[in-house]
Design a protein around this ligand. Structure first.
Ligand SMILES: Cc1cc2nc3c(=O)[nH]c(=O)nc-3n(C[C@H](O)[C@H](O)[C@H](O)COP(=O)(O)O)c2cc1C
Length: 75
């Protein structure tokens, strides 16, 4: 049985462990653009050794965002 710190391969990508970070809305983007807060927040999980970090939702259009502080692909 695989253990938490065993690697896993998904579609050819090897992920070094199974300790992953779930997406978390941060409400800190400015007109859809992520910034320093996201860098520090997500970067801290990366430097802590998480195998995979899933960032928050990104709206394809501005009207599709969960809040005005959510990231967007439109900008
Ligand atoms: C786009 C997105 C944003 C999320 N934001 C949050 C959040 O801000 N806080 C939170 O507790 N869970 C958030 N969730 C849910 C968590 O990612 C996670 O699914 C939930 O905490 C359940 O975790 P579990 O399946 O390990 O119990 C979000 C999920 C998605 C898809």
């Amino acid at each position: 049985m695989p253990q938490l710190f065993d690697p896993i391969v998904i579609r050819g990508l090897e992920i070094k462990n199974r300790a992953w970070v779930s997406p978390m809305c941060q409400y800190c983007a400015k007109d859809g653009i992520v910034g320093e807060w996201h860098h520090v927040h997500l970067g801290s999980f990366a430097s802590g050794g998480a195998g995979l970090i899933i960032a928050e939702a990104s709206g394809v259009v501005a009207e599709g965002r969960i809040s005005i502080g959510c990231p967007g692909l439109y900008n």
